[in-house]
Design a binder for this molecule. Structure first.
Ligand code: CP
Length: 294
């Protein structure tokens, strides 16, 4: 693996290998690159979890993280992303993690750099390292993917998390279902026959993966209030009581409490939301090792 742009870049064997490496890091294994390595994290969209956990992962691996704020870089003077990356590569940067609002921004970069590039999320496209940390969390819980029923609930049409997880979970043998407003169930986020009502999904799903409404990507205002959305599509305490025994709640974050999930359920016994965030460090360490250990 030279770069990681989408989950389709990884075979199922490579996914299993990365998860195995992530589990080793979770148990305290150490690994550092053979030579001094410089990384930059270029985030053109807001981020708390991905940016911070990449930086912690890089530092835990002994990688030198070069501070880079897109808002105070020469990108503001019109420099393109490609020229920015060429500049950083010339200066000696070995690895760039990029989050960008443009879907598939990486397609124009492929094959042009010696520097390794990891996609930290592109628009409504892909979020491969989120998918890997989600897979790690599911594996820790169930020890397998085959036969699991995972329902992704909410803003499917704008969700790079839904897209990356659909591809990966399906490849690994899980069955993926979808729920939420029918008008958001479009495009390649899934199959029509797997679209289910939330009241049905809670009873059979091993994993309920809730998504934030990405208002910033909507052209028009949602015609439901937050309270109405919560009652119609959200995970309420009453619905949580009817969830399948042994099932878990996941959410990539950031969470809108009281909208897609009741405030009281964010830190409940079934919730793995903060475990996902912890696993983000191990999954990203594993991706970086896989890319750099060549
Ligand atoms: N899950 C996720 O990508 O969160 P951030 O936007 O905070 O990085």
């Amino acid at each position: 693996m030279n770069n990681l742009f989408t989950m389709k870049d990884l075979s199922t064997e490579e996914i299993h290998e990365i998860l195995h490496t992530a589990e080793s890091f979770a148990k305290g294994e150490n690994w550092t690159p053979a030579k001094q390595t410089f990384a930059v994290n270029l985030f053109f969209e807001p981020s708390t979890r991905t940016k911070t956990s990449f930086e912690i992962a890089e530092r835990k691996l002994g990688i030198d993280v070069i501070p880079f704020e897109t808002g105070s870089s020469s990108i503001l003077k019109g420099e393109t992303l490609e020229d920015t990356l060429k500049t950083l590569e010339s200066i000696g940067v070995d690895l760039a993690v990029i989050r960008h609002k443009q879907d598939a921004y990486y397609e124009s970069l492929a094959g042009k750099f010696q520097m390794k590039i990891v996609n930290g999320g592109d628009g409504c496209g892909q979020h491969p390292t989120q998918s890997l940390l989600d897979l790690l969390t599911i594996k820790q819980e169930f020890g397998k993917f085959e036969g699991l029923k995972v329902t992704i609930v909410g803003d499917l049409s704008h969700s790079r998390v839904a897209r990356s997880n659909t591809e990966a979970l399906t490849a690994l043998g899980a069955e993926v279902f979808y729920s939420g407003p029918a008008e958001w169930f479009v495009g390649d986020a899934g199959n029509a026959e797997n679209y289910v009502d939330i009241d049905e999904a809670i009873e059979f799903s091993d994993v309920l993966m809730l998504l934030r409404i990405q208002h910033e990507r909507h052209d028009t205002m949602m015609d439901l209030s937050a309270e109405q959305y919560h009652e119609r599509y959200g995970l309420t305490p009453k619905r949580e009581e009817r969830m399948k025994p042994g099932s878990i709640i996941m959410h990539p974050g950031p969470v809108n409490r009281g909208v897609e999930i009741a405030d009281s359920l964010v830190e409940s016994g079934k919730s793995r939301i903060f475990k996902q965030m912890e696993n983000g460090v191990y999954a990203r360490m594993a991706v970086l090792r896989n890319i750099l250990d060549k």
